[in-house]
Design a protein around this ligand. Structure first.
Ligand code: GRF
Length: 221
């Protein structure tokens, strides 16, 4: 059985409210994640999540795009900020910018994302509306490694629930968020403790390659 190197110093990238970031901070505080969030960085200086993280005593930083700045140059600044904090795991939690390919390659196998759909269905934006339009009977969230293909990296864990007749995009958003707050800290915890890595392109948990993502059903509240 191969055990990965633990990734205990975590950088979280956000653009908005940061509820997944807060769920991760809570999980670290409870001891469920054997790691520490060493920085929260946003491309949006006004992101609500930044002040929430600062209120918890986490170092925060806003790294907005400068006028005319290329993605490559911006993401190089982002990389330096992450490295200055000594982070060994990058957690995307509602970071709404597409990342430069070289940035992604630099953090290959060390960067996770959460996406509000059951990938590979509904990559991209407006997933809840698209689930309803498609008449899907199940919906959920996916935690995956980040590769240059948008929302296309190998999935580790998916949480799913039944779509109800009366659902609208907002009820699905709320229900899926509840799933996210459970499954994302769990996967980050696996990475932090060294149980999860990527071997030969496949997420590998406790030495067992995941040919398919792990899946967990969630009840509707
Ligand atoms: C989540 O729905 C996540 O799946 C997506 O962005 C949203 C971030 O929400 N990537 P929050 O800022 O964590 O509340």
């Amino acid at each position: 059985m191969s055990i990965a190197r633990p990734a205990r110093r975590i950088a979280v990238l956000i653009s908005g409210t940061g509820s997944n970031m807060l769920a991760l901070l809570d999980a670290c505080a409870r001891g469920d994640v054997a790691g520490e969030v060493v920085t929260v960085i946003s491309d949006q200086p006004q992101a609500a999540g930044l002040s929430k993280a600062a209120a918890r005593g986490v170092p925060v930083e806003a790294i907005p795009y400068e006028p005319g700045e290329s993605r490559h140059d911006h993401d190089l600044r982002l990389r330096r900020a992450i490295e200055q904090r000594g982070a060994d795991l990058v957690v995307l939690a509602g970071y709404m910018r597409i990342l430069d390919v070289q940035f992604v390659q630099h953090f290959a196998d060390r960067m996770l994302n959460i996406h509000p759909s059951l990938l590979p269905r509904h990559k991209g934006l407006h997933t809840h509306r698209r689930v309803l339009e498609a008449g899907d009977l199940v919906h959920g969230a996916s935690v995956h490694y980040v590769t240059p293909e948008l929302d296309g990296g190998p999935c580790v864990l998916q949480g799913y629930l039944a779509v109800r007749a009366g659902d609208d995009a907002e009820s699905l958003r709320l229900a899926v968020h509840r799933i996210e707050h459970v499954i994302y800290p769990r996967v980050v915890g696996w990475a932090a403790s060294g149980r999860l890595t990527i071997l030969d392109g496949l997420p590998t948990l406790d030495g067992v390659p995941l040919q398919q993502p792990l899946r967990e059903e969630f009840a509707r509240s």
